[in-house]
Design a protein around this ligand. Sequence first.
Ligand code: PMP
Ligand code: GLU
Length: 391
Amino acid sequence: MSLSERVSTLTPSSTLAITAKAKELKAQGFDVVGLGAGEPDFNTPEHIIEAAIKSMHEGQTKYTPAEGILPLREAICQKLLEDNQLKYTPKQIIVCSGAKHALYNIFQVIINPGDEVIIPTPYWVSYPEQVKLAGGHPVYVEGKEENGFKVTPEQIQQAVTSKTKAIIINSPSNPTGSIYDKAELEALAEVCLKNDLFILSDEIYEKLIYGDAEHVSIASLSSELYERTFVVNGMSKPYSMTGWRIGYAAGPEKYIRAMVDLSSHSTSNPTSIAQYGALAALVGTQEPLEMMKKEFAQRRDVTLALLNELPGVSCLEPKGAFYLFPNVSEAVKNSSYSTTDEWVAALLEEEKVALVPGSGFGAPDNIRISYATSLDVLKEGVKRIERFLKK
Ligand code: PMP
Ligand code: GLU
């Protein structure tokens, strides 16, 4: 008896693994500084919680359509129109159990065995595994640190083969916080059109942008792009709703319908009461989001400055999301550890600082620090890293 070939090379999500490990150590009584989790430390805003409770009392505790309740899909259409200048009908929207699940469904409906998907590095940990689970091959294109961790159209063109089916664009990016501006997206779009690629635009950090950078949805640049793009977004990050598991995809109706059929045989609908919470999040006040954003901006600035003072550590300023992605190659070279993974494991062991090594994101010289935690915790984390570096 053996595992299926499909899962035989599957690796666990390093972001979730480190978060679970930090929680486990905390439960054992260790004073852990958790900088791993990519989830806001704020509780879900009260009006969202109230809406979910109300829906329960009103009996919204049954199956919903597999694609999600109509009022939520309508609210998503409205959001996409107002924020992104994208016109969709509810039939082009699927609500899923998180943006992760939306992405999973997209790969399942567009990938045939052997198809290639271009994944710019550094990438979010789940993209390659999801591509492989659909029978595809991830093709990595390096977003060089000196280019703000962004890829160029020339690099993408070079990576295209007759088997290339799609490209993933994640702006703002997890883990780097980099953002593609309109001109950069237009240039990338040209390559996608020329080579007839699907575009998966993961926009889950859209609302978390600091300074004067702007979010542009690639699908909004032309009708040809709109027809080949899946816009993926979700509630987890902007509304601090990670545990509620609500995300969505918008795209060409034919593919969205296939995703709905797939969901109808796997998860059925995403949790009914969470959908009512998500509806309140979209149509209700956006004030809690603004408050969170202000906090994140301050944490980013303070932690970035502190990190750049550490010997052997250099960190670019992230423009969005809530991660810092410092290069620690010098620090590792000057230590007794031979890889960043070992260095990160020792940091957890000796100083009880939990963060994610860059290897899981395809960038082994870097580490990811989530600043979705309090300033005090962040300062303590950097203090411990400094102590670790001096050992
Ligand atoms: N995309 C990116 C880039 C992410 O960082 C995450 C992590 N939450 C997701 C998608 C999935 O989010 P969720 O499933 O919680 O909606
Ligand atoms: N996306 C978040 C992170 O990168 C949450 C964990 C996950 O789903 O990967 O940390």
